[in-house]
Design a protein. Structure first.
Length: 256
């Protein structure tokens, strides 16, 4: 079968503009106008007009090669998403880093990925796999598994029907094993992963709960050889999350 015909009738201007922005999802480079039109399923004339308006507004920017990328204004708006959570949590994440002297990060779920919204790290610690704004698969990190386990069963089933990434040879991708891991995380309310994203790294994470919903996960990353440190790190994580949750409810930050 040939390519789908462009769809425009019945669409609002807003939905057409959004389809152009959505064309950049899961891309790492720039797109030509014709490629944008193809991915958005819009006529070239409509695509040219909307791209010009989005470029003027700052939603797209044109490179020297004539291709387009997402503009800085979209990035700035994206930084506002979750800002209340990040602003509330950051001082406590800094305290956790000062206490544990290990890389600290906080993530939220965005679709089938964990989105890293804050991170604190030192220069002498584990190599950095993530930065603020990075996205990683839910099944391959401790924060991701915490967020994954908080989802309803239908989401878990649908996720496990996909072809899952394996960043390392030790990454668990078997659906039966991952279902068992989800149940374990739900029961113990924390997650520990060994060498799932890096062969030399271990991570531990706990959920942040607000209004009876898991809204984020906070984790620490250490060398995998230091697995016995879990008993030392878990109480620090839980204490940090308790302070974050209390702050979000408007209570005093210092609980102890």
């Amino acid at each position: 079968m040939g390519e789908a015909e462009p769809r425009e009738s019945g669409q609002s201007v807003t939905s057409r503009a959004l389809s152009i922005l959505a064309a950049f999802e899961n891309t790492t480079g720039s797109l030509s106008v014709s490629r944008i039109a193809q991915r958005a399923q819009l006529p070239l004339s409509t695509t040219y007009r909307l791209i010009a308006e989005l470029e003027e507004w700052g939603g797209l920017r044109r490179g020297s090669d004539g291709k387009y990328q997402i503009g800085f204004r979209i990035w700035e708006l994206g930084q506002m998403a979750g800002r209340r959570l990040r602003d509330r949590a950051h001082p406590f994440l800094q305290d956790l880093f000062d206490l544990a002297h290990e890389n600290v990060h906080m993530a939220i779920r965005e679709g089938v990925q964990s989105l890293y919204v804050d991170k604190i790290y030192g220069t002498k610690h584990m190599p950095k796999v993530t930065r603020v704004g990075s996205r990683l698969p839910l099944h391959a990190t401790a924060v991701g598994r915490v967020l994954f386990a908080a989802q309803p069963d239908w989401f878990v089933d649908a996720y496990l029907e996909r072809e899952l990434e394996a960043p390392t040879p030790k990454t668990v991708t078997d659906p039966v094993e991952l279902r068992a891991i989800v149940e374990e995380v739900r029961a113990q309310n924390y997650s520990i992963t060994y060498e799932q994203m890096r062969l030399d790294a271990m991570s531990v994470a706990v959920p942040v709960v607000f209004n009876n919903q898991v809204v984020a996960a906070v984790g620490l990353v250490v060398e995998s050889a230091r697995g016995r440190d879990t008993s030392r790190l878990l109480p620090m994580l839980r204490g940090t999350v308790e302070r974050i949750e209390n702050s979000m409810r408007g209570g005093p930050a210092n609980l102890h």
